[in-house]
Design a protein around this ligand. Structure first.
Ligand SMILES: NC(=O)c1ccc[n+]([C@@H]2O[C@H](COP(=O)([O-])OP(=O)(O)OC[C@H]3O[C@@H](n4cnc5c(N)ncnc54)[C@H](O)[C@@H]3O)[C@@H](O)[C@H]2O)c1
Length: 334
């Protein structure tokens, strides 16, 4: 008989629902720490993580298979993640949803299945926070968030953890309701002032660090003019190049991605029709100290993070351990 975190392998499967996960207490700094470590492990090539493959049932949609094995944490599993940008409009459902299966690395048997929507949202915000720590002027007093949905809201919650001098967060969304919701939910817990901008232009011109989480489309739909961008800024992308002119992406002094392999595969799928700019390295290599991130205050630096399984499996394993210890979730029979 084999036991893994209190479960009898081969007999038990822990199901952890979205409500279970949201109800578990955890600190933002703990998540940022887990993500920083996962990026470092990726940078040092100490994770087995093939590029995410996917299927695309409708135009501009994806369902990605994202497996990873992290030996250091005895964590292995797969996230099955979908992005359907029209879900909210058509069905009142989120555009990003996911399910994560964890396996016992000793026997390969599944030990847990969990909703991974919260994990995806939170780890994405934590990746941007870590990227800001390594790629931006960390004495920045301003941060801009374009897209105020699930991922954008978490960005605003997380970013102050890595920018100690932050004073103002400028936000913009095509939906005024999304901006109002963000301010109502987050401003009461934050000292940093959140400012509802009148346009994307105001966000970009007012913020030293600009992040975006809107929609991912195969063909970019540039809405941010190259002339609004200035030296010293850091552009952090969760939605590929969708909002930017190709010349902006290519004029950066440094352009980093989370995974080169994954970006090249995306290009084969049809994303980046104008090509990928010269890549200076992977974010994990910078975090691990193998490559230099920002070196000068006046560099224009871009970080394009499309999301990696190593981040999900790292956070998923931590959630599984906590749930198993605290008796959270439902034990099902295999
Ligand atoms: N890189 C990653 O690891 C990662 C992980 C999760 C999600 N994402 C991406 O982040 C994006 C947001 O995901 P979400 O779950 O927050 O979705 P969401 O639907 O909850 O929020 C998206 C928000 O963007 C707004 N928006 C759409 N087009 C816009 C535009 N042109 N200008 C300004 N606002 C616009 C929408 O009104 C909405 O409020 C998606 O593109 C998703 O694929 C990336």
């Amino acid at each position: 008989m084999r036991n893994f975190c209190g479960l009898e392998v081969g007999r038990d499967l822990l199901y952890i629902s979205r409500d279970d996960i949201v109800g578990m207490e955890r600190k933002q700094t703990t998540i940022i720490h887990l993500i920083e470590r996962s990026l470092s492990i990726h940078g040092m090539k100490e994770v087995e993580m093939p590029a995410k493959i996917g299927i695309h049932p409708k135009e501009n949609t994806f369902i990605h298979a994202m497996p990873a094995y992290i030996q250091e944490h005895q964590a292995c599993g797969i996230k099955w993640a979908a992005g359907f940008p029209e879900n909210r409009e058509l069905y009142g459902l989120p555009q990003i949803t996911a399910l994560l299966t964890l396996n016992d690395p000793e026997t390969g048997l599944p030990v847990a299945v969990m909703d991974a929507s919260w994990i995806t949202t939170v780890r994405t915000a934590a990746v941007t926070a870590v990227a800001a720590r390594y790629l931006s002027n960390t004495n920045s007093e301003t941060f801009g968030m374009i897209g105020c949905g699930e991922v954008g809201r978490k960005h605003v919650e997380f970013i102050a953890n890595v920018l100690p001098k932050l004073k103002k967060i400028f936000i913009y969304d095509v939906s005024p309701q999304a901006m109002e919701r963000l301010i109502q939910e987050i401003q009461p817990q934050m000292e940093v002032e959140i400012i509802q901008a009148a346009s994307m232009e105001e966000v970009v011109k007012s913020s030293l660090i600009v992040a975006s989480a809107t929609v991912i489309t195969e063909q970019p739909r540039p809405q941010i003019k190259d002339e609004w961008i200035r030296k010293g800024q850091t552009i952090l992308l969760c939605d590929l190049h969708t909002l930017y002119e190709d010349k902006t992406m290519k004029k950066a002094d440094k352009y980093f991605v989370d995974s080169i392999e994954q970006n090249k595969l995306f290009q084969e799928y049809g994303y980046y029709p104008a090509g990928i700019p010269t890549i200076n390295g992977e974010l994990g290599e910078v975090v691990a100290g193998l490559k230099k991130g920002r070196e000068h205050e006046n560099e224009l630096v871009i970080g394009n993070n499309i999301g990696m399984a190593v981040e999900d499996i790292m956070v998923g394993k931590a959630i599984f351990e906590a749930a198993a210890n605290q008796g959270i979730g439902q034990t099902l029979k295999l």
